[in-house]
Design a protein around this ligand. Structure first.
Ligand SMILES: NC(=O)c1ccc[n+]([C@@H]2O[C@H](COP(=O)([O-])OP(=O)(O)OC[C@H]3O[C@@H](n4cnc5c(N)ncnc54)[C@H](O)[C@@H]3O)[C@@H](O)[C@H]2O)c1
Ligand SMILES: O=C[C@H](O)CS(=O)(=O)O
Length: 485
């Protein structure tokens, strides 16, 4: 159970399948608090049969949902948003219990996640088509935008609320239905969203939440022809597998995948602002975000000054249980995540990097790790090539713009990137040269519902959020009307 909830209806140990709540069976999945290892609850282990039932119910519900006016859909989404905000403390407590991030940060994610429902409750009423001048005297050309239909969504553990609403918001606003499989580590945030969705008036069967076997549920989602769009957020490896599985039914795909973000500090940067930006871009969610600064490049002229400021700031970060007052960094999600962080730090130090602060498991034990700053990092180290996904800030030195652009782009990923500089000509040159879907200029926090979130290369396909985000859930139909004399 989750202590101190104001409304215990939000913590439900069940999955929502085709409008029915399904309780855990004998093969239930245990969900643990990553900070303590304690079991906080259990969810049913569902598979292809339940996924198929949910998809068929979604197909049936979607037609009626799409037939409603845009204003009617907008009003229900707005109620969903209002309920999320009204219950943000409870939703935050559920999120901290299953994911580990500090409660203040978890509530921040609820507000951020709710903003996608708010944004797309507004976009719902602005899905416009076109009327195009005919190519012949008797022809009229009309372009319609129509909902793609049944959408399958698979989401990760690191943002167990916002990665769902960033998909459900535009999908439902467009008139689609959704079958969701959340991460098994963090199902209760998704279930709480479904509870609030029912309260808001989402029709039965329109939104299902399936907990259980990722492979079995995923195979049904990718193989079932009724599913016309698959939207996935997670690792590039799994995203590529789902891409392959979806090919026989030619589904529309949305892939929000891994990252390897460079964070560049030029000689003319505001160093204090750059340190503040690095703290956010590197240590938000304990370094477990896809847009985290994975490589920090600092120009020769300010390297020592920046390294000293960052070391001092990181040394003040407090690691602990997300429910405890004043905690900045929670636990890593599991032992595998801890092992990867240790591997990256050990590899860097063995190849000559210097530990400025941290660099070891935290005295709290479990999956807690000390916030770490490394200097003297070079391109041959693992941290240069792989997504660390933990509280490790590796500082590379560079000399000159061309050098750092080459280093920054030397990766198969292309999600987020950041740089600090004040010369306006340099700002435009560097922003245009970086091969990424998103560029933060003099800021370390770029994620917002107003902007198109997404990447290039192995970081994925499509965009989420902004006016572009709803297009991902629409089909374009062209009418050619003849005989109009
Ligand atoms: N681009 C983004 O917006 C974004 C956001 C968050 C996380 N991520 C990326 O996700 C990764 C970390 O998250 P993760 O560990 O949950 O990723 P993951 O790929 O292991 O899991 C993501 C989701 O896919 C499911 N899954 C796993 N194997 C599957 C299969 N064979 N078939 C169907 N579903 C399957 C999981 O249960 C989970 O729900 C990192 O690489 C991170 O960069 C990207
Ligand atoms: O992990 C990456 C998510 O997209 C989190 S956020 O959108 O950057 O907050």
């Amino acid at each position: 159970m989750i202590p101190h909830l104001k409304d215990n209806r939000l913590f439900r140990q069940a999955a929502l399948v085709a409008g029915n709540w399904v309780a855990p069976g004998p093969d239930a999945i245990d969900v643990r608090n990553p900070a303590t290892g304690e079991i906080i609850g259990r969810v049913p282990k569902l598979g292809a049969t339940e996924a198929r039932a949910a998809i068929e119910a979604a197909q049936a519900a979607q037609a009626g949902w799409a037939a409603r006016t845009a204003a009617e859909r907008s009003q229900i989404l707005r109620r969903w948003f209002d309920l999320m905000v009204a219950n943000k403390e409870d939703l935050g407590r559920i999120l901290t219990a299953e994911q580990g991030k500090p409660l203040k940060e978890a509530i921040g994610e609820i507000v951020y996640g709710a903003s996608f429902i708010e944004w797309f409750s507004e976009e719902a009423r602005r899905v416009y088509g076109d009327v195009i001048p005919g190519h012949q005297r008797d022809k009229r050309i009309i372009v319609l935008k129509q909902p793609i239909g049944v959408v399958a969504a698979i989401t990760p553990w690191n943002f167990p609320n916002a990665m769902i609403t960033r998909k459900a918001g535009p999908a439902l606003a467009a008139g689609c239905a959704m079958v969701l499989k959340p991460a098994s580590q963090t199902p209760f945030s998704a279930i709480a969203l479904a509870v609030l969705g029912e309260m808001a008036g989402l029709p039965e069967g329109l939104f299902s939440v399936l907990t259980g076997s990722a492979q079995a549920i995923g195979a049904e989602m990718t193989g079932n022809a009724l599913v016309r769009k698959l939207t996935f957020t997670g690792s590039t490896e799994i995203g590529a597998e789902l891409y392959r599985q979806s090919a026989p039914t030619i589904k529309k795909l949305g892939l929000e995948l891994g990252g390897n973000a460079p964070f560049i500090v030029f000689n003319d940067a505001d160093l204090d602002a750059a340190v503040e930006g690095a703290l956010i871009a590197k240590f938000r969610n304990n370094g477990q975000t896809c847009v985290c600064a994975n490589r920090i490049y600092v120009e020769d002229g300010v390297y020592e000054a920046f390294a000293g400021k960052l070391r001092a700031a990181v040394s003040n970060l407090k690691t602990g249980n997300g429910f405890d007052e004043g905690v900045d960094l929670g636990p890593l999600i599991d032992a595998a995540a801890l092992a990867k962080v240790e591997e990256h730090v050990g590899d860097a130090v063995s190849k000559g990097a210097k530990l400025e602060t941290g660099g070891a498991r935290h005295k709290l034990g479990g999956t807690f790790y000390e916030p770490t700053v490394l200097t003297g990092v070079t391109e041959d180290m693992l941290v240069a090539r792989e997504e660390t996904f933990g509280p490790v800030a590796p500082l590379f030195r560079f000399g000159g713009e061309a050098d750092v652009i080459r280093q920054a782009n030397a990766t198969e990923f292309g999600l987020a990137s950041y740089f600090y500089a004040r010369d306006i000509a340099k700002v435009f040159r560097v922003a245009e040269a970086l091969e990424y879907g998103m560029v933060g200029v003099n800021t370390g926090l770029i994620s917002t519902a107003e902007a198109p979130f997404g990447g290039v290369k192995l970081s994925g396909l499509g965009r989420e959020g902004s006016r572009y985000g709803i297009e991902e859930f629409l089909e374009t139909k062209y009418l050619c009307i003849g005989g109009v004399q």
